[in-house]
Design a protein around this ligand. Structure first.
Ligand code: GTP
Ligand code: MG
Length: 202
């Protein structure tokens, strides 16, 4: 694969409903997780842009599915958070169906990065989401966000628990900080590997 310029974003597409739109042809990796876990901040950190993805202290900022096309090679996908109840029932239904349709039917989705806030650990809604990913045979990796807030002791505990439950392999768990940039390089390498394997096993 040619060298990828992560700064080259030539197109951002936003949808409030998901179908396999004809303009979506490139491989995708998606960042999913509870509201406020740091999905949009992580996209900014990967793309080295301050505000291309909107972030907020308040949960529920991202309300549509957004495709950031990188160097015309692949897309990074930002989605609304799950497990956020402080919006209308109508909005919750809309967001749930958007997420369901995307994860269930996307033809180009190569990997789901499941983001967990290092300050809170894995919650019930994360486990439900993981079961859904497994049922639908989607590839995924764990990312612990806000690692600038995570002690060595808590990191070890999270990794040990995931490995004990056979939910992950230690070397594939990434600790990330959009503030200090810890883990960003490793994650970019992982994304490139995932998208360059695209098409090898049709
Ligand atoms: P929704 O779109 O609402 O689902 O949230 P999100 O997952 O996209 O989170 P967002 O990126 O908007 O970040 C939520 C809050 O976490 C913001 O106040 C960010 O500044 C903060 N945050 C994100 N990443 C980090 C990080 O690496 N370290 C710390 N300390 N704070 C972070
Ligand atoms: Mg967001």
């Amino acid at each position: 694969m040619k060298t990828v310029n992560f700064n080259s974003i030539d197109r951002v597409l936003s949808y409030s409903k998901f179908q396999n739109y004809k303009e979506l042809t490139l491989p995708e990796v998606c960042f999913a997780g509870r509201s406020n876990v740091g999905k949009s901040s992580l996209i900014n950190a990967i793309l080295n842009r301050k505000g291309i993805a909107k972030t907020s202290k308040k949960p529920g900022q991202t309300k549509t599915i957004l495709f950031y096309r990188v160097d015309k090679i692949f897309s990074l996908v930002d989605v609304p958070g799950y497990g956020y109840a402080s919006v209308s029932k109508k909005k919750i239904t809309e967001i749930s169906s958007l997420l369901y349709n995307y994860f269930k039917f996307s033809k180009n989705l190569k990997n789901v990065y499941v983001l967990i806030d290092s300050r809170h650990g894995i919650k019930k809604s994360d486990l439900q989401f993981l079961s859904f990913l497994k049922e639908n045979k989607l590839n995924y990796n764990y990312i612990f966000t806000k690692s600038d807030k995570a002690t060595q002791k808590i990191r070890k505990e999270y990794v040990d628990n995931l490995c004990k439950e056979e939910l992950a392999i230690a070397s594939q768990i990434i600790f990330i900080s959009s503030k200090t940039k810890e883990g960003i390089k490793k994650l970019k390498g992982n994304i490139l590997k995932v998208v360059s394997d695209y098409g090898k096993n049709p």
